[in-house]
Design a protein around this ligand. Structure first.
Ligand SMILES: C[S@@+](CC[C@H](N)C(=O)[O-])C[C@H]1O[C@@H](n2cnc3c(N)ncnc32)[C@H](O)[C@@H]1O
Length: 282
């Protein structure tokens, strides 16, 4: 019982900010990445991608806002199963997708082959990506930027900057402070919690969340305990003001051209949970 008590105390102890980064588990563990792919492809879940109708609307907005023309080259960072890359290739753009989720990329490649689309899918961590060529446009969609700490964000912006031609466009979204205020700390414990999301084996899961008020960061921490295996997943999410992101963009060599409240062009409103940026490489 003493062990259990100290275990529970440990599970509830607030980790130091960005103490551990486990993003790869979520997208690359054999079982979990399959569950994430199901979320990507499901129109009733927004856990990994937005729904099809919204994605099509946002693609039309991106083409219009960035004045894209057939034959322009686009690189999509964190392309997942290719929901954006596939449609963009169909519309006549030259498309590259970068992602470290093998499972998602396999799906994307099968779909491209099925529709005879020539899409360059690169399996790589975008934090260590060095481009072999430069592109007209870079995308980073569904608030991936928020999962990173400050040095990772700098690295990613630098890699994106290097991937673009001078004057090339970068389009991405982040969660706003409004979304941060909607979060609350929770504690949950259960058998096969989240409908067997974490493993195909029987497990117990402690789920605890923590708020870092000053830094506007929220952590969802999942401790998964199987008979013969134990692991912890840390999902960090940083929430931003417009000015914070603008400063990071300017420091990384970008000019901000437009700010919206979603990637489908909703006019900017301070009360919305998402902020979207259209910027250009200086
Ligand atoms: C929230 S999903 C969004 C996918 C896609 N942009 C969409 O909106 O449908 C994030 C994607 O980024 C990928 N990802 C996260 N961190 C990454 C990293 N460091 N390097 C490469 N890919 C990463 C994940 O594998 C996942 O496919």
């Amino acid at each position: 019982m003493k062990n259990l008590h100290s275990h529970l105390l440990q599970a509830k102890k607030k980790p130091a900010l960005y103490e551990v980064y486990t993003n790869e588990i979520l997208w690359n563990d054999l079982h979990i990445s399959k569950k994430m792919l199901q979320f990507h492809l499901s129109d009733s879940s927004e856990a990994a991608s937005r729904n099809k109708e919204f994605i099509e609307k946002s693609i039309l907005f991106i083409i219009n806002e960035l004045s894209l023309k057939k034959g322009d080259s686009i690189i999509d960072f964190g392309c997942g199963p290719g929901l954006y890359t596939h449609s963009l290739a169909k519309l006549g753009f030259i498309v590259t997708g970068v992602d470290f989720s093998l499972n998602s990329l396999e799906y994307a490649k099968v779909m491209a082959k099925k529709d005879k689309l020539d899409i360059d899918y690169i399996e790589q961590n975008y934090l260590s990506f060095s481009p072999k060529t430069t592109y007209d446009v870079a995308l980073l969609i569904y608030c991936d930027y928020c999962a990173l700490n400050i040095s990772q964000r700098k690295k990613l912006l630098s890699n994106i900057n290097k991937s673009l031609k001078v004057g090339g466009d970068f389009f991405f979204d982040v969660f706003s402070i409004v979304a941060f205020k909607q979060r609350e700390d929770i504690t949950r414990f259960g058998r096969n919690l989240m409908d067997n999301f974490w493993s195909k084996n029987a497990y117990f899961c402690f789920a605890n969340s923590f708020t870092y008020e000053k830094e506007k960061v929220h952590l969802d921490k999942y401790e998964i305990i199987e008979k013969n295996r134990q692991f912890i997943v840390y999902n960090w999410l940083k929430y931003f003001t417009v000015d914070e992101v603008k400063k990071e963009l300017i420091d990384a060599g970008f000019l901000v051209k437009g700010v919206f409240s979603d990637v489908a062009g909703k006019p900017f409103d301070l009360n919305e949970p998402v902020i979207t940026f259209h910027c250009q490489k200086n």
